[in-house]
Design a binder for this molecule. Structure first.
Ligand SMILES: [Zn+2]
Length: 129
C-alpha cells in the first residue's frame, strides 16, 4: 500500500468519526432528536469503514523488500577501523612490492595475491581495543 493511500484512508476515517462526534455532542442538547443520534451513528460507521480497510490492507501487506548494498572501497583508509599492516607490504616469498591493485575481496575477507610469485596472503587488522 502506498503511503498516500494509507494517509487518505486514515484521514477519511478520522474526519467522519470527528464529524460523528459533533452530532453526538449536538444530540446531548435540546431539542432531543433521534435523527441526530442516527446521523451520528451512521457517520461513525462510515468513519470506521476506511479505518477497517486500512487495517485489513496493512495486515495483508507483504513486508517491504530489504536490500543491502555493500560498497567496499579497497585502498581507502576508512575500510578498516584498526591499523593495517598492509602499507608498504612486500611479498614474503619474493620480496616483490604489493600495491592495492593486488588486493582482492574474497569469502575470507581481504586477501593479497602477489603479482610476481602468486603467493596469497590475508590482510590482518590490529584490533582497536
Ligand atoms: Zn611474491
Amino acid at each position: 500500500m502506498k503511503g498516500w493511500a494509507g494517509f487518505l484512508l486514515i484521514g477519511t476515517g478520522v474526519f467522519f468519526i470527528l464529524f460523528s462526534a459533533i452530532f453526538f455532542i449536538a444530540a446531548l442538547a435540546p431539542p432531543y432528536d433521534v435523527s441526530i443520534i442516527i446521523t451520528a451513528v451512521v457517520l461513525l460507521i462510515i468513519g470506521f469503514i476506511p479505518l477497517g480497510i486500512f487495517i485489513y490492507l496493512k495486515k495483508n501487506e507483504r513486508p517491504p523488500e530489504v536490500r543491502i548494498e555493500q560498497n567496499v572501497n579497497i585502498g581507502s583508509d576508512d575500510l578498516v577501523s584498526g591499523k593495517r599492516r598492509f602499507k608498504e607490504m612486500k611479498c614474503r616469498s619474493c620480496s616483490g612490492p604489493i600495491t592495492s591493485e593486488n588486493v582482492k575481496l574474497g569469502d575470507m575477507g581481504l586477501s593479497v595475491i602477489c603479482p610476481y610469485c602468486g603467493t596469497t596472503y590475508s590482510i590482518e587488522e590490529d584490533p582497536i581495543w
